[in-house]
Design a protein around this ligand. Structure first.
Ligand code: NAD
Length: 416
């Protein structure tokens, strides 16, 4: 990974821009430019062939001034400590921008779950919880799913933590199966939040989402629900979709349900009947109304930003755009809904899940959707208003809204 594409360096650079825009002195940047706590763990797990294998994992607690840390756990062969730190920083701003009383955290294990059996993934997940148990908990730090982790993994983790404590602790993890205290509406919450903010951006730009063209990079949890919801709620046309193995294109529209079935059966979108192939790089440069990066970091850079033709970029993924690309997109009038605002629906419903676990009383799905819409729409307009007032791009405005809330809490507690 080059220094310019190191996600943590990027997170620090974005923070510095926002601190300068708010006129904060160096002490604020100093207090927020590194995580408060970072734990590295070594996990030795017996594989199915009887051989022991050791994996490296991390848990980062970036800032908890506004409440317990919150953030997903990623399983990925390319996971790095700096990716975990960057994602934990972004979680801090994400919780603040939607104004939920949580801080930022993140975890990860360097592993390739695609090459592991379910039993091996279960043993690894339990080993991870054994090592981080002392620093997590409903009032300290509450993990959740991220790339290549899912509700089943959350269930094993919740069980392991509960075994250690000696009683059921559903609130230690969110994104759990409904049967174990998961919230209705959590499954598509990230995508739904992106769709709500995209709806408001389209209103702002005078774009009718009915029949609007949509391209989606990444077809996992976020990407699949995005395709489905944009089509179902707004009648938008999903013209291109990709995953790690390549992409598919049909300018007349890809049918989301059929495509999800195809992906589930074939483990890739490529080969979907009635589609042409498109590369991940070409998908990003398509002339569409809305582009959703919904895979990994650093896909829109100084190299390709000038070729982006989408009117709106709704960042479902964390960190898809580098700071130099941001400047180019802003000059070219591309409306960017910054990641930690756009994809905050997931953590917002995770927060609702914690609240329901604490009350031991559960809401129906409609109530979850309404509460989510209210949070996302309010956050969108908080950011848009500042962006217009100060003539700054939406990412810096989002940082400023979030940072002011975090710094105000730190000042009140005497931290800066
Ligand atoms: P996921 O594991 O369900 O899906 C990831 C998808 O990205 C897969 O389809 C994979 O094939 C694809 N992908 C991987 N490498 C790719 C590449 N090089 N090019 C194109 N596609 C590629 O993960 P997810 O939960 O959907 O997360 C996607 C993004 O959304 C991540 O950045 C994640 O941090 C972010 N996010 C997820 C949530 C959530 O609740 N799941 C919440 C907020 C943000």
């Amino acid at each position: 990974m080059t220094e310019e594409l190191n996600p943590f360096k990027i997170a620090q650079e974005q923070l510095k821009i926002a601190c300068d825009a708010l006129g904060y002195d160096d002490s604020v940047y100093g207090a927020l430019s590194e995580p408060k706590r970072l734990l590295t763990v070594s996990l030795t797990v017996r594989m199915d062939d009887g051989v022991f294998k050791t994996f490296k994992g991390f848990r980062c607690q970036y800032n908890d001034v506004r409440g317990p840390c919150k953030g997903g756990i990623r399983y990925h062969p390319d996971e790095t400590v700096d990716t975990v730190k960057a994602l934990a920083a972004w979680m801090t701003w994400k919780c603040a921008v939607v104004d939920i009383p949580l801080g930022g955290g993140k975890g990860g294990i360097i592993c390739n779950p695609k090459e592991m059996s379910d039993m091996e993934i279960e043993r690894l997940s339990r080993a991870y919880i054994d090592e981080i148990a002392r620093i997590i908990g409903p009032t300290k730090d509450v993990p959740a799913p991220d790339v290549y982790t899912n509700p089943q993994i959350m269930a094993w983790m919740m069980d392991e933590y509960s075994q250690i404590m000696g009683y059921n602790v559903p609130g230690v993890i969110t994104g759990k199966p409904i049967e174990l205290g998961g919230s209705l509406g959590r499954g598509d919450a990230t995508a739904r939040g992106c769709v709500y903010t995209t709806r408001e951006a389209a209103k702002e730009l005078g774009i009718d989402l009915k029949g609007a063209t949509v391209a989606i990079q990444g077809f996992g949890n976020a990407g699949q629900h995005l395709a489905n919801l944009m089509h179902r709620l707004h009648g938008s046309k999903i013209v291109a979709v990709s995953d790690s193995k390549g992409g598919v294109l049909n300018m007349n529209g890809l049918e989301p349900h059929d495509l999800i079935d195809w992906k589930t059966k074939n483990k890739q979108v490529k080969g979907f009947p009635g589609s042409e192939e498109i590369s991940n790089a070409d998908l990003l440069e398509m002339d569409v109304d809305v582009l959703f990066p919904a895979a990994l970091e650093n896909v829109i850079t100084g190299e390709n930003a000038g070729n982006i033709k989408a009117k709106i970029i709704s960042e479902a993924a964390n960190g898809p755009t580098t700071p130099d690309a941001d400047d180019i997109l802003y000059k070219n009038n591309v409306f960017v809904i910054a990641d930690f605002l756009c994809n905050a629906g997931g953590v917002t419903v995770s927060y609702f899940e914690t609240v329901q676990n604490t009350y031991n009383y559960y809401w129906d799905e409609k109530e979850v959707h309404e509460k989510l819409d209210k949070k996302m729409t309010k956050a969108f307009y908080d950011v848009l208003t500042l962006s217009k007032k100060n003539k700054i791009h939406m990412r810096t405005a989002a940082y400023m809204v979030a940072l002011e809330r975090v710094v105000q809490a730190m000042r009140l507690r005497g931290w800066v």
